[in-house]
Design a protein around this ligand. Sequence first.
Ligand code: FAD
Length: 382
Amino acid sequence: MAMHFKIVGGGPAGLYFAYLMKRSHPDYVIRVVEQNAANATYGFGVVLSERALTFLAEGDPAAIARLSRRMETWNVQHIVHRGVRVVVDGSSYFAIERLALLEELQTRCREAGVEVEFGRRIESRASGQDCDVLVAADGANSAIRDCHPAAFDTRIVELENHFAWYGVDKPYDAHTLTFVQRNRCTFCAHHYRYTPLMSTFVAEVDAPTWQGSGMSSMTDDGRKQLFEDIYRDTLGGNKLISNRSIWCRWRLVTNGKWHYRNRVLIGDAQRSAHPSIGSGTRLAMEDSIALWRAFEAEGTDIGAAFERYERERRPIRDKLSTAAERSIAWYENVGSKVALSPYEFAYDYLLRTGLMTRERLERDSPRFMERYRENVNSVKTP
Ligand SMILES: Cc1cc2nc3c(=O)[nH]c(=O)nc-3n(C[C@H](O)[C@H](O)[C@H](O)COP(=O)(O)OP(=O)(O)OC[C@H]3O[C@@H](n4cnc5c(N)ncnc54)[C@H](O)[C@@H]3O)c2cc1C
């Protein structure tokens, strides 16, 4: 039986699922409905780890290989504290312009025969009636999910820190975190290049800084100028570039149930990943792989496919959510860490999620650990 899938949202999750499904079942009707134009998006570049790319290649190795060719890569991370740059070796990272990622996925969808409709927003409770399966891939503020908050058991928590996502005309050498203290306030920037000329620059402050620096009563323009002033050296005098760069607090979304009737949640609609663990795009696309696999295993039995998807995917999502919660707590309490020396600070940061251990650092980042031991006399080797 040929099935009809309607996918709301043409972000990484929706497009990758549509492509995988159509590639396996050319006879199925697979439609994506996206509210924006094909070439519109928010933000700049996203970063993915090597592990993330390996996971994603499970869906379609050739598509991911093509994407890799458009990526910037580096194999160190820099953590700057008190003006000292600590180099952490041992991890490979890949970054890509969000729009380039979407364009690649749109091309794959078109070639496979997916119908993609741009410029149409869907938010009605009745939107699941004209298809067999309605996939809510409409992001963290999902309208499809929010039509049925009780059925999905949706919980939304607004976190304390404020952030905004900018770009800058400056290619940084590596994935860098730069912390700056001024007047008892702590400012944080995550910046990394995603094209040979451009970098993403995510600006973040904790709650005491938001109040203490006066940012709470500034306009977004004023906040941007403040960051340009504080990060003058890091930015090399460049201005920050806005693309709907609104200062806001992160909304952490979770759902007790991932499917309801013929509707299923994937990507940020299902669970919003915090940028400080840097893997929202990967997790969204892995959801797509998991849902596609569930349909491959269960055929046209929609209920069984939904159950399998949630059963197999939830433990992985839960593990990363625990890591994200610890990372969030670290950033919300960054003010209590600033007394640490640069190497102690970097070490504390690297171990913040519980996923990284001292043993793994010794194995994977030997040069960093060597410098760490040299710099931190009080640390006892096990
Ligand atoms: C500041 C910041 C930094 C980030 N950094 C990284 C990073 O470094 N690495 C990383 O992997 N991830 C990062 N992310 C997260 C990443 O962007 C998301 O996790 C990822 O885009 C989720 O993909 P998605 O397809 O589920 O949702 P989205 O990318 O949000 O896509 C949802 C799509 O649905 C469309 N849509 C929404 N509502 C409707 C509707 N009612 N009808 C039709 N269409 C609709 C939207 O226009 C959008 O195109 C970051 C996010 C932020 C905010």
